[in-house]
Write a protein that binds this ligand. Structure first.
Ligand SMILES: Cc1cc2nc3c(=O)[nH]c(=O)nc-3n(C[C@H](O)[C@H](O)[C@H](O)COP(=O)(O)O)c2cc1C
Length: 369
């Protein structure tokens, strides 16, 4: 191979090694990060989502994660989020999963509930902050009545409402299986509902779901147990966590690594390690800035992990795997610039054509002349 640290032999790279999780063999370790498109009507994925995910499937991503898909309507971040709370939505997803599979790629759905960060304007709306009920929004719910700064005050969830959440995730997981997804990921990061319960910065409850670490972890663990039970044994379950709140009173990577160890015990197969989002914070953003957190979660939990966040060059991404910091990488914004990021990486790293995910229609792109 050309430049790069891999020592697997000529023409080979760790990014393009398969990874087995339960009965599933992921064809490579370059995965599309979940990215909201804010482009759905009534939670229905449509042609935009087919092309967004489809282009990246032809671009060689071994696993594509959908954007946050709401498990209930009030769990949408914006009114334009996709969902999987209805059979009609599952049918619409089935068209997309079929196309991805026809390209030799796999696809996972990120199941989400935005909690107190729901009902907000999409980023390119002229208005900012909450979409109010009289403008097509709704009153968000959360563990406690404190608002995320700048957003609407949530209604504190009753105990019954909290105890309904694992079932809502499980029902969405059951629909995801019917829709043809290969993987399910629980969104427990970025300050959304499951993270709100986990973090002392957003959870002020004094019942069985607040206070001690065990109580704050309860909703995430119960949701993971319920989803695991809704999935076939051979299907992997991923959880995205924020490994640190970047706040002295919040969670740090040790807290989250230990939560991940408990997730391992209830049948979670891989932790997707991100950071932040539960409260405003100064984040030391830089190349690969979340990789150390991924490594810590991997060491403590014993689970495979994926790393994400400013992994931009093939050599840098390869090095994360060579160093043993993570088992896979997720690529977000670079994939918005370049849906063919994995094929470009294969070319740059000199990976043999038959070891890289070229579609036959695009194979000539492997050769410079
Ligand atoms: C437009 C956009 C939408 C995003 N939506 C989601 C989402 O739905 N779920 C999620 O977990 N992360 C979301 N993220 C975060 C990405 O998954 C990723 O973690 C982050 O962008 C850092 O990776 P990158 O530097 O490769 O972009 C989003 C990021 C962007 C840029």
């Amino acid at each position: 191979m050309g430049r790069g640290p891999a020592a697997l032999g000529p023409g080979v790279s760790r990014l393009f090694q398969p990874l087995r999780l339960r009965d599933l063999t992921l064809p490579n370790r370059i995965w599309l990060a979940p990215m909201c498109q804010y482009s759905a009507t009534d939670g229905m994925p449509d042609d935009w989502h087919l092309v967004h995910l489809g282009a990246r499937a032809t671009g060689g991503f071994g696993l594509l994660l959908t954007e946050a898909a709401a498990v209930v309507p009030e769990g949408r971040i914006s009114p334009q989020d996709v969902g999987i709370w209805s059979d009609a939505q599952a049918d619409a997803w089935a068209r997309i999963t079929a196309f991805v599979h026809a390209q030799g790629a796999l696809v996972g759905i990120q199941l989400a509930h935005a909690g107190r960060k729901a009902s907000t304007h999409r980023p390119w709306d002229p208005a900012r902050g909450a979409v109010l009920p009289d403008a097509g929004g709704w009153t968000p719910v959360g563990p406690s009545p404190e608002a995320y700064p700048g957003l609407a005050e949530p209604a504190a969830m009753t105990l019954d409402e909290v105890q309904a959440v694992p079932g809502q995730f499980a029902e969405a997981a059951r629909r995801s299986v019917e829709a043809g997804f290969d993987v399910v990921e629980l969104h427990a990061a970025h300050g959304y509902l499951l993270h709100q319960f986990l973090s002392p910065l957003a959870n002020r409850r004094d019942d069985a779901y607040g206070g001690s670490v065990e109580n704050r972890e309860r909703l995430l663990l119960e949701s993971a147990v319920a989803v695991r039970a809704a999935l076939p044994d051979g299907m992997p379950l991923l959880v995205r966590v924020s490994a640190t709140d970047w706040h002295e009173d919040g969670l740090d990577d040790d807290d989250v690594a230990h939560a991940a160890a408990r997730l391992a015990q209830v049948g979670v197969d891989l932790v997707d390690v991100s950071t932040g989002g539960v409260a405003p914070a100064t984040i030391p953003v830089g190349p690969g800035y979340q990789v150390p957190a991924a490594r810590r979660v991997r060491e403590v939990s014993g689970l495979p992990v994926s790393a994400v966040g400013l992994l931009t060059s093939p050599e840098q991404a390869e090095q994360v795997l060579v160093d043993g910091a993570a088992d896979a990488v997720m690529i977000g914004r670079p994939a918005l610039r370049d849906p063919m990021w994995p094929l470009r990486a294969a070319h740059a790293l000199g990976v043999d054509v038959d070891r890289a995910p070229w579609r036959p229609q695009y194979e000539r792109g492997a050769w410079t002349a």
